[in-house]
Structures are given as structure tokens and as C-alpha cells.
Ligand binder design. Structure first.
Ligand code: XUL
Ligand code: CO
Length: 443
């Protein structure tokens, strides 16, 4: 049975195409800087937003019209798998991601939930035998069920902690079974609502113990996928412990976990933390911790996690600049942790949304690649820091000086001259590169 019968195979038709169900800029075969776009961008579909969500929000019920809406329980879960693999094939997308509860219904007990998962995992595995689409990452949902009301691995309740450990154990087994490239931890409820009732020290120590146990178990079962922490400052908790990359990194360093973890950076989480998307990517890149990306965007007028599909060329350009400078994402990818708006309720909108996101990242990649090849920013930055390549600057970076010597030097200075940072000129240049790239690809 076809679930998306109005949609045919999505193909690259180029910028001149008037077909909305075609790629205009994302050409999976096109080589950019030695890599096929498909291998460089490693796009992924988020199962939860695309097949599980129904378009409901805190003020209204679901609106999504989906061909599986009439089904329930395991029948619904099975239909979603069939639909998912039809979707992946039609979109020609190399990866997908899921939480345990996205793919299979929770049972009355943990054992029953595991049994349900086994049925669906076996079905997914069967589909994966003939599909090109692989699992970018899976994760355990430890935030929806009321048992996580006070957190999971940071709960005050040891029974919840144990239950959460069992969920992660199972999820690691599923990851291994399906050949997941990575495993993600997003701690939506790992944080606190008020310090008045919180033992922060114990909660953080327990979280670290939890991660160490996960590392040990993955090793034991031979699941060697990198572990990724997905930072977010808040929502649903008022203060999430993995606030941003810098905070997450300090935690990993304190608890001796840096060898096993990298970061999964989500654009909208970065903006919620008061950072740009590229800031979070840069902090991760500078620390060799850039693992994967949840590709979406927020809305400047709304202060919550709107999870919109990325359509902002400026943002994808600066994000891809970081990713290309990182020499790609390795085993990571660009996962569309993004949902169609509540008003975009037709199944066809799922295709339009992904096409928009993939094309926007394709353009960003081309612009960023050209900026790097022409060394536009590199040359400027090199010149800007040139005072450290000679004289006193060289002594500073080589560690050959001290406060006494620097004072001696400073006392002799008659004049300190700074140069302009040329921010506006650089922004205009980035605009010029975007416009020229678009002009060059337009037929
Ligand atoms: C929530 C979020 C999650 C994680 C996986 O904001 O981004 O969907 O990506 O748990
Ligand atoms: Co995410």
C-alpha cells in the first residue's frame, strides 16, 4: 500500500524547476570539495515529528491528516514503519532517528514495552535490509511519561533512576541491533524547577554515574557508536543541566567522560541559550567535540522551541562554514528535528518541509565552501591576529614571557594602535557570496 500516493520520487531538477516536489539546490550526486553532497550533509528524518506527532500544541488538539490516523497500538506502529520507509525512499534520504516510544507503544510494564519494541525493531531491521536509509541515532524518551516528573537520571527517586537505566540499556541494545551510527542523550527533564527542593550535587554525580554505566554497557555489548549529549538550556525544565556546549563540556571534563561523548547541536536550542547556532558549533569544533546536528530553526518573535524547518540561508551558511571547517560531521549528520506548522496539516507538507530544509542547507554549503576556498574570512582573521606572529605576541603564544617582562614591554609603549574589526564590511561580503552563489546556480 502507498501512504503518500500523491507524491512521486523527489528528484533534483535544478534551480529552474517549477515543480515544488523537486530539489532545486540539493543534488545528492554533486561533488563539493571532494565529497558528494549526500555524503557530506548526511540528512536525516526525525521519526517523532514526521510519523508520530499529530500537530497538537498546548492550546489545541492534533490537526495532522495522516493515512495511519485510523489505526491504534501495534497496528499503528507497523503502519508508521511502512509509511516511514516509503517516505525515506521517495525523499532519497540516507538517515533517520527515533526515540524508543516513537516507534512502538509503551506497554503496561517495562517488559511489555520491551516486547512491543522488539516487534517493531525486527520490522525496521527487515526494511533496512533493502533500504539505503540507515539509523543516524536512536535515544530513549525519558521525559514524556509522568514517572519522569522529577527527572530520570537526575530524579530524587532511585526507582525512577533504575527504570531509566533499564530504558537506556534496552535502547543501546536496539542501537546495536539496527547499526545506529550514534546514540543520543537529551536530558529534557534532567535539571530542576527550584533550588529549594534540589540537591544539585547529588543529581549531577548521579547523572555522571548513569553515563559511565551506559559507556560500560555499550562496551560490554560491542556497540561502539559515539555518545552524543544534546544541550538545551530549558524547556521543559526551567534549568536543564546540559545548558549549552560549554556547560556540557565542563560536566564531561569534571566526570572524566570526554573520551566517550561529543555533542549533538540543535539550532533552536542554541538560540534558546542566548547563542547563535554557529556559536555552539564553534565551541564544539574548537574542542573537537562536534558530533552531529539537529537542523532546525526558532522564531525570533517566539521564545520557545518552535522546531521549524530551516529556511534561513544566512544561518545555514554560517552553520555549514563551521561544519566544513570541521571537515564534515564524521559519523554525525543533519537531522531535521523539525516539525511542520500546525496549519500545514496535509501529508504532502512533510515533503515540502524536508525539501525546503535540504535545499536551504545545500545553498548554505555552497556559499560556505566558496567563502572557505577564497579564504575570505581566514585572510582577514590571519591579518587581525598578526601581532601574535612576531615580537612580543610571538613570545606570548610560545609561553616565553611573564607578567614582569610584559610590564617592562608595556612601560616602553608610547602609543597603542588598534585596527578596525570591519564587521559591517564582512557581513556585506557574506551577503555578496550568498547572492553570487545563487546567481551562479540560477538557470
Ligand atoms: C527536544 C529535542 C529532542 C531530542 C531527542 O527539544 O530536541 O527531540 O532531539 O530527544
Ligand atoms: Co533535538
Amino acid at each position: 500500500m502507498a501512504y503518500f500516493e500523491n507524491v512521486n520520487q523527489i528528484k533534483y531538477e535544478g534551480p529552474g524547476s517549477a515543480n515544488p516536489l523537486a530539489f532545486k539546490y540539493y543534488n545528492p550526486e554533486e561533488v563539493i570539495n571532494g565529497k558528494k553532497m549526500e555524503d557530506l550533509l548526511r540528512f536525516s528524518v526525525a521519526y517523532w515529528h514526521t510519523f508520530t506527532a499529530d500537530g497538537s500544541d498546548p492550546f489545541g488538539v492534533g490537526t495532522a491528516i495522516r493515512p495511519w490516523n485510523h489505526l491504534q497500538g501495534l497496528d499503528l506502529a507497523k503502519a508508521r514503519v511502512e509509511a516511514a520507509f516509503e517516505f525515506f525512499e521517495k525523499l532519497n534520504v540516507p538517515f533517520f532517528c527515533f526515540h524508543d516510544v516513537d516507534i512502538a507503544p509503551e506497554g503496561a510494564t517495562l517488559a511489555e514495552s520491551n516486547k512491543n519494541q522488539d516487534i517493531i525493531v525486527a520490522m525496521i531491521k527487515e526494511y533496512m535490509k533493502t533500504s539505503k536509509t540507515k539509523l543516524l541515532w536512536n535515544t530513549a524518551n525519558m521525559f514524556t511519561n509522568p514517572r519522569y516528573v522529577h527527572g530520570a537520571a537526575t530524579s530524587n527517586n532511585a526507582d525512577v533512576y533504575a527504570y531509566s537505566a533499564a530504558k537506556v540499556k534496552k535502547a543501546l541494545e536496539v542501537g546495536k541491533e539496527l547499526g545506529a551510527e550514534n546514540y543520543v542523550f537529551w536530558g529534557g527533564r534532567e535539571g530542576y524547577e527550584t533550588l529549594l527542593n534540589t540537591n544539585m550535587g547529588l543529581e549531577l554525580d548521579n547523572l555522571a554515574r548513569f553515563f559511565h554505566m551506559a559507556v560500560d554497557y555499550a562496551k560490554e555489548i560491542g556497540f561502539d557508536a559515539p555518545f552524543l549529549i544534546e544541550p538545551k538550556p530549558k524547556e521543559p525544565t526551567k534549568h536543564q543541566y546540559d545548558f549549552d556546549v560549554a556547560t556540557g563540556l565542563a560536566f564531561l571534563q569534571k566526570y572524566d567522560l570526554t573520551d566517550h561523548f561529543k555533542f549533538n547541536i540543535e539550532a533552536n536550542h542554541a538560540t534558546l541559550a542566548g547563542h547563535t547556532f554557529e556559536h555552539e558549533l564553534r565551541v564544539a569544533r574548537e574542542n573537537n567535540m562536534l558530533g552531529s546536528v539537529d537542523a532546525n530553526q526558532g522564531d525570533t518573535l517566539l521564545g520557545w522551541d518552535t522546531d521549524e524547518f530551516p529556511t534561513d540561508l544566512y544561518s545555514t551558511t554560517l552553520a555549514m562554514y563551521e561544519i566544513l571547517k570541521n571537515d564534515g560531521l564524521g559519523k554525525g549528520g543533519l537531522n531535521f528535528d523539525a516539525k511542520v506548522r500546525r496549519g500545514s496539516f496535509e501529508a504532502e507538507d512533510l515533503f515540502h518541509a524536508h525539501i525546503a530544509g535540504m535545499d536551504t542547507f545545500a545553498i548554505g554549503t555552497k556559499v560556505a565552501n566558496k567563502l572557505i576556498q577564497d579564504k575570505v574570512l581566514d585572510n582577514f582573521i590571519e591579518e587581525r591576529y598578526s601581532s601574535y606572529t612576531q615580537g612580543i605576541g610571538l613570545e606570548i603564544v610560545e609561553g616565553k614571557t611573564n607578567l614582569r617582562k610584559l610590564e617592562e614591554y608595556a612601560l616602553q609603549l608610547t602609543e597603542i594602535k588598534n585596527a578596525s574589526g570591519r564587521q559591517e564590511r564582512l557581513k556585506a561580503t557574506v551577503n555578496q557570496y550568498i547572492i553570487e552563489t545563487l546567481a551562479n546556480v540560477t538557470v
